[in-house]
Design a protein around this ligand. Structure first.
Ligand code: DAK
Length: 258
């Protein structure tokens, strides 16, 4: 299937999805969200792919859900169609790691999309914000929940209640962004991180991601119990034997995802 609102490529073991609606600063309309979900699911199913990168343009990762498409929505329509539905959740449901490479605006649904990813790399020009309040609504794709977990209550409240944008440097300091990288290196750096992850054993990558995410969903005690069970389970893999043998033999491990 040819995509119209995104471009998709494979770089070695990393799937790269580029949001591509420059005329609307990559505003996330229904077509784009559906195509993004399809591309993510394909990479999830592709055994050659170990990580996924989502990026936008230099000016915008994504300036939010498409306001022009949303403007005439009614309450019953929104509620019945449940536009939170499957496609918007494809990224947060991905089991393989997803890296957001953010330049320019990441606003509203664009910021929420970045926060659905596991790691955010950004350039100096990145601007994060949840300005839905200025439109008479509130974030609707996880923003009120994920931003507060990422940057704490005070900053999240200020951003969500006043619509203030957060610049890259502040976002890095606050823990929303993993690293700031030079403009020209953003995508290469994100792919490099993806390649590094893709070289690990996929079962341990999937379970490590799942254990970290568990920290946001449960008590410390439960989370530690989950981590312990997962840790033990990895001793059932060939990759654990290979990884530890490689260390002892002073060579590079060759994981086979088994
Ligand atoms: N939607 C539609 N078009 C947009 C857009 C958007 N979010 N953002 C920008 N554009 C369009 C502009 O209308 C303009 O198109 P033309 O007028 O040229 O046809 C073009 O992109 C360039 O934008 P500007 O001329 O405005 O460019 P500037 O550099 O002057 O300003 C800006 C850039 C990013 C500051 C500005 O465009 C802006 O404020 N954009 C809107 C940002 C915003 O409010 N975003 C939040 C949208 S609400 C949900 C899932 C998601 C959501 C909710 C529920 N469920 C699953 C339930 C998410 C909601 C949102 O994101």
């Amino acid at each position: 299937m040819a995509f119209e609102t995104i471009t998709v490529e494979t770089r070695e073991h990393v799937g790269v999805i580029t949001l591509d609606r420059p005329e609307a600063l990559n505003a996330l309309n229904g077509a784009l969200i559906a195509e993004l979900a399809t591309a993510v699911r394909r990479f999830e199913e592709d055994a050659q792919i170990g990580a996924i990168v989502i990026t936008g343009s230099e000016k915008a990762f994504a300036a939010g859900a498409d306001i022009k498409e949303m403007a005439e929505r009614t309450y019953p329509q929104s509620m019945i169609e449940d536009f939170i539905g499957g496609d918007w959740e494809a990224v947060s449901r991905a089991r393989k790691p997803v890296i957001a490479a953010v330049s320019g605006y990441a606003l509203g649904g664009g910021c929420e999309l970045a926060m659905m990813c596991d790691i955010i790399l950004a350039t100096d020009s990145a601007r994060f914000g949840l300005p839905e309040i200025t439109l008479g609504v509130i974030p609707g794709a996880g923003g009120t929940q994920r931003l507060v977990r990422a940057v704490g209550k005070a900053k999240a409240m200020e951003m969500i209640l006043s619509g203030r944008f957060m610049a890259a440097e502040e976002a890095e300091r606050a823990g929303l962004v993993s690293r700031i990288v030079p403009d020209a290196e953003l995508l290469d750096e994100a792919v490099k991180v993806g390649e590094k992850i893709a070289a690990m054993s996929l079962p341990s990558v999937i379970l490590a991601k799942s254990a970290v995410n568990r920290a946001f969903e449960t008590t410390l005690e439960e989370g530690i119990r989950y981590e312990r069970a997962v840790f033990y389970s990895l001793f059932a893999t060939e990759d654990q034997k290979e990884g530890m043998a490689a260390f002892v033999e002073k060579r590079q491990a060759r994981f086979r995802d088994r």
